[in-house]
Design a protein around this ligand. Structure first.
Ligand code: AP5
Length: 214
């Protein structure tokens, strides 16, 4: 199974991917996570990518397609959930070429939808653990003990640099200009389904299951 999760920043792609990994026995491949790991490790790619990420702009397509190519080779045919990729029509076309070369295909594409104001509210209140990557939300999913990670016990949850108001606004602009057309690309190929991302995590999870018929 190869599933793509599409949708605006903060719609809940990463949150729903956590459930889907179990349901589909699949690996999550998040280009955002791969890029943040490269930034943390201080690689040349990470240093270059950080400029784009801090501004809420997209990292160039060739860099992203290179990362995905390496990851797919490493995963050797395992089931995959793509989270936050593809983000441009050029990336979707590149993924098609890569899949052809590997003798694989994209089975389903799920688009989660919400209004921009919901994105702004969710991202402004997101916090994450710098040690294990667990994601929380000060309003909808707070940690059990303030500022302490439920998963690994690390003290000191952080706000992502790109979850600042001015960067969120640009990420939304970039999403509408460059990423929204990707849904049309998959709609034309007949494998797009949609689910409303508004409501509790559990409500969205149940809609996702229905949309994917799993
Ligand atoms: P990336 O990390 O992919 O960011 P994003 O797509 O903007 O997605 P997010 O991780 O912000 O949100 P999400 O939809 O996963 O929501 P989450 O589940 O965390 O990309 C970051 C940057 O990297 C990009 O700006 C770009 O520079 C670069 N990049 C990455 N991929 C690229 C690519 N392919 N091409 C080019 N550049 C690329 O939820 C958000 C919050 O809401 C959390 O606090 C969560 O707890 C909460 N929440 C989730 N669901 C609900 C709910 N139902 N109700 C209430 N709260 C909820």
């Amino acid at each position: 199974m190869r599933l793509i999760l599409l949708g605006p920043p903060g719609v809940g792609k990463g949150t729903q991917a956590q459930f889907l990994m179990d349901r589909l026995q699949a690996v999550q491949v998040s280009t955002g996570d791969l890029l943040r790991a490269a930034v943390r490790e201080g690689t040349a790619l990470g240093k270059d990518a950080k400029r784009y990420m801090d501004a809420g702009e997209l990292v160039p397509d060739d860099v992203i397609l290179g990362l995905i190519g390496e990851k797919m080779t490493e995963l050797k045919g395992r089931s995959v959930i793509f989270d936050g990729f593809p983000r441009t029509v050029a990336q979707a076309e590149g993924l098609d070429r890569l899949m052809d070369g590997l003798g694989q295909q994209i089975d389903r594409v799920l688009e989660l939808t919400v209004e921009d104001q919901v994105v702004i509210d969710r991202l402004s209140s997101r916090r994450s653990c710098p040690q294990c990557g667990a994601v929380f939300n000060l309003i909808s999913a707070p940690p059990k003990v303030e500022n302490v990670c439920d998963v690994c016990g690390h003290v000191g949850l952080i706000q992502r640099d790109d979850d600042k108001p001015e960067v969120i606004a640009n990420r939304l602009r970039v999403y509408h200009d460059q990423t929204a057309p990707v849904a049309g690309y998959y709609h034309d190929r007949g494998n797009l389904v949609q689910a409303d991302g508004l409501g509790s995590v559990e409500e969205v999870r149940s809609r996702v299951d229905s949309a994917l018929a799993i």
